[in-house]
Design a protein around this ligand. Structure first.
Ligand SMILES: [Fe+2]
Length: 182
């Protein structure tokens, strides 16, 4: 279960969570926690994880510059169904670069790829369940509204996969995957 941490930048929110909130009657739910819906992994999870896979996706070890795009600090906490923080969860994110390309052989970006964007990163949650990344604000690519992919692993528990959206982005209403969130 994930939710955006309070006090962080609000431009990037758990859109999936927001969608779920909108579909529930809110009365009586003020104190409860809505479970983040899972979503499909999609075709662009890295074939091979990059050498640099830290939580700063804007700087690639050995590269000269920083990534194109709007730098965004993406933070949240991983909680269990009772709201208790989960420590030691491996949180992975992956997303396209500012030109709309994934670091993946199925995305033939060619010269259009941003060599300064890491594309993938991970963080292991702290005692309070928190995670944090420095990345870029996600951008649309053909057929999709902006999003960041998430994969969570905790020891031998089944992995949890979802996507994070940008609250209020006009493309959200046309995105069939987001619309499929119950
Ligand atoms: Fe995607």
């Amino acid at each position: 279960m994930m939710r955006a941490a309070p006090g962080t930048r609000r431009r990037v929110l758990l859109g999936a969570l927001a969608a779920a909130t909108a579909s529930f009657p809110l009365a009586g739910l003020a104190q409860s926690i809505l479970q983040t819906p899972s979503q499909t992994e999609g075709p662009f999870y890295p074939v091979r994880l990059p050498a640099d896979q830290d939580n700063d996706l804007v700087a690639v070890k050995g590269a000269q510059g920083i990534a194109k795009g709007e730098i965004t600090h993406l933070q949240g906490r991983v909680l269990d169904a009772n709201g208790r923080p989960l420590q030691g969860v491996r949180v992975e994110i992956w997303q396209c670069d500012a030109n709309g390309h994934y670091h993946h052989p199925a995305d033939r970006a060619g010269a259009d790829a941003d060599p300064n964007f890491q594309g993938f990163g991970h963080y292991v949650t702290d005692t309070d369940g928190s995670y944090g990344f420095r990345t870029i604000k996600p951008v649309p690519y053909p057929g999709r509204t902006p999003h960041v992919h998430f994969k969570l692993r905790l020891r031998d528990a089944p992995e949890f996969i979802t996507q994070m959206y940008v609250a209020g982005h006009p493309g959200n209403e046309r995105d069939s995957l987001l619309a499929s969130v119950p």
